[in-house]
Design a binder for this molecule. Structure first.
Ligand SMILES: NC(=O)c1ccc[n+]([C@@H]2O[C@H](COP(=O)([O-])OP(=O)(O)OC[C@H]3O[C@@H](n4cnc5c(N)ncnc54)[C@H](O)[C@@H]3O)[C@@H](O)[C@H]2O)c1
Length: 267
């Protein structure tokens, strides 16, 4: 068991990647605090943790509100005494072209991704420093690396990578590691409403991935487990891209340059 007796706070763990991470961490012996605004989903995650015979706690937390994060930290410490791992996974993503969004929606994306990551790190770091050890994993996105639209969300995710590097550099001497993960498209409930309008989207999207499929939440959970565990004891300040090869290259462009049909056109 890689996380035996470690306490992990996972934000946005009522659903998708956060829930898969909570269940994987619990299976590795962690005591998991599920922090989310979704009470039903959060309680379900904890039920599933307990069904595995592990220990979990749901704390209703809006991670965009500093006072709620303070409560999350104090309740976690009261229940489990320590905070070994923080996974910043909750998100807000809405809007696209900057000419079509207003300042308020821009701010909501920044707050719902970047500012909440800042607030959670700020609240947890002093406890990790007093323990002399801690691991932070911030969930970014391939949108941080390429222009893929959803500009406000993407800018916030790019900011998360920079914040992660700076935390790694500043707090490494206190035994704290901070890393980011940039997932490609992952099949989670966040896609449900989009797929309702465009049921073939995943099929079309898969063609852009060298592995010819989109990812599963458990594949991001596995990456978080590595970065949060002692297996990654010399890994800090990195951005682990878990995207089925999406950002590794532009094969379609290469094919076009040499006049080859792309592989999905050949099928
Ligand atoms: N699914 C993808 O394709 C994909 C791709 C790249 C990056 N990501 C990133 O992975 C992470 C998880 O995404 P997902 O697809 O599992 O999403 P999801 O919608 O399934 O889960 C997000 C969770 O965050 C919670 N949440 C939202 N705002 C919150 C707030 N203010 N306070 C507390 N909780 C809040 C929601 O209630 C929900 O339970 C996000 O950071 C997302 O940006 C996802």
């Amino acid at each position: 068991m890689q996380l035996l007796n470690r306490t992990a706070i996972i934000t946005g763990a009522a659903s998708g990647i956060g829930r898969a991470t909570a269940l994987r961490f619990a299976s590795e012996g962690a005591k998991v605090v599920v922090a989310d605004i979704n009470d039903t989903g959060g309680s379900e995650t904890v039920q599933q943790i307990k069904a595995q015979g592990a220990s979990g706690l749901f704390i209703h937390t809006d991670v965009t509100v500093a006072a709620e994060i303070e409560k999350l930290v104090s309740q976690t410490r009261a229940a489990y005494d320590r905070i070994d791992i923080l996974i910043n996974n909750a998100m807000f993503c809405e809007g696209d072209d900057i000419l079509t969004i207003d300042e308020e929606l821009w701010d909501k994306n920044i707050r719902g991704c970047l500012s909440q990551t800042f607030l959670c790190c700020k609240a947890v770091l002093p406890h990790m420093m007093s323990q002399g050890k801690g691991a932070i994993v911030n969930i970014a996105s391939v949108n941080a690396l390429l222009g893929l639209s959803e500009e406000a969300y993407s800018a916030a995710k790019a900011g998360i990578i920079s914040l992660t590097q700076n935390i790694a550099v500043r707090y490494g001497e206190h035994g704290i590691r901070a890393n980011a993960i940039s997932p490609g498209s992952i099949q989670t409930p966040s896609w449900v409403s989009i797929l309702e309008k465009d049921p073939d989207l995943f099929e079309r999207l898969s063609k852009w991935y060298p592995l010819k499929r989109i990812g599963q939440p458990e594949e991001i959970a596995a990456a978080s487990l590595f970065l949060a565990s002692d297996e990654a004891s010399f890994v800090t300040g990195t951005n682990l891209v878990v995207d089925g090869g999406l950002t590794a290259g532009l094969k379609r462009m290469g094919d076009e340059l040499v006049g080859e049909p792309s592989s999905d056109q050949r099928i």
